[in-house]
Ligand binder design. Sequence first.
Ligand code: PMP
Length: 429
Amino acid sequence: MKSRNEALFERARAAIPGGVNSPVRAYRGVGGTPPFLVRGAGSRVWDADGKAYIDYVGSWGPLIAGHAHRAVLEAVQAAARDGLSFGAPTEREVQLAELLKELVPTLELVRLVSSGTEATMTALRLARGYTGRSLVVKFEGCYHGHADSLLVKAGSGALTLGSPDSAGVPSEIASCTLVLPYNDADALKRAFERSGKAIAAIIVEPIAGNMNLVVPDRDFLETARRLCSEHGSVLIFDEVMTGFRVALGGAQARFGVRPDLTTLGKVIGGGMPVGALGGRREIMERLAPLGPVYQAGTLSGSPVAVAAGLATLEIVRAPGFFERVSAETLHLVQGLTAAARARGIVFCAQNVGAMFGMYFRSAPPASYGEVMQCDKSAFTRFFHEMLARGIYFAPSAYEAGFVSSAHTRADIEETLAAADAAFAALARG
Ligand code: PMP
């Protein structure tokens, strides 16, 4: 007898390419049938067969307040009652832009869009329009959404499928993207010595979360800042994942480095489709209708989506929020590391705020090359052992994990007990 999950996946594959609307959901990296999720509440999700899981994916980052948080749902319902969309200015979008400006001080002006991809794509166009240059620097293993010029040596889903690039990106476009190793300040200096006058922008995940979790050296980000200032290039921090996830002010607040432009997504929509780009007024004023760089969106600033974002940010900005969720995340990574050590498994884990990385390697990786040295087959085995025990991690060795404020100490302890059993199974071979 087929399970409901299996029957649904079969139907899905007959109607949708690979059965999914975003590739990593298909479990190609780990094998098996993805659970179809029917409900979420707090830290837990339930699949079509009625099995419950403690969720460390959180819709890939947005759900920092947990699933179906009452205040978020009430805000969404109230907004929906007023009408779903107008395609005209509304007060809620102004409130969200004002709140983003208040919480991330480098944002002098903010434009709301509907996804992280739209935010990064627009930020690049804006940087190119502002500088009159074409070349963009990105880093190996960083993912910035699926716009053509950013799908070059991208991490995450593309990497999970074994190819960091995409077919269909013309070589003329790919040749405008210069890919450098992450965390390598010297390579960055050499690139600017060679081509500084042609570089429109550096785009970087200021903490990388799409090749597992890789923490940069402060020197790397400071060098990027200095080189952009010296050469008139635009420094873009892609904080779609790290924004309101690693600290209230994002990675830029943690490192004290000020980008020219910032892209946001995930948490600022609280589970609804919202993205944003913002930064220096002088650059943002180049966007239409003020300037010549065009960008638009039928559903941009959707009142219902924005209501979810506003309610989520009100939760996140409460005093002590980040201290508590970071402490639980730290307890999780320390417990996982100890459980692996006790079973003789080569493994470590680390967190930054409410985001974490797990590595089948003796020390956290500092580069894409080191990420590739992790034992992928051990991860796959661990992933399935945990899934069977009701722990839902991202189905890829290259994704970061996410803890929400709904995760209790009891949830973490339950996860660690499952991990102890999973590591014991790995140790048995
Ligand atoms: N930038 C980063 C750093 C991301 O992690 C992601 C999505 N994982 C994106 C951009 C693209 O966002 P979206 O999937 O909303 O288009």
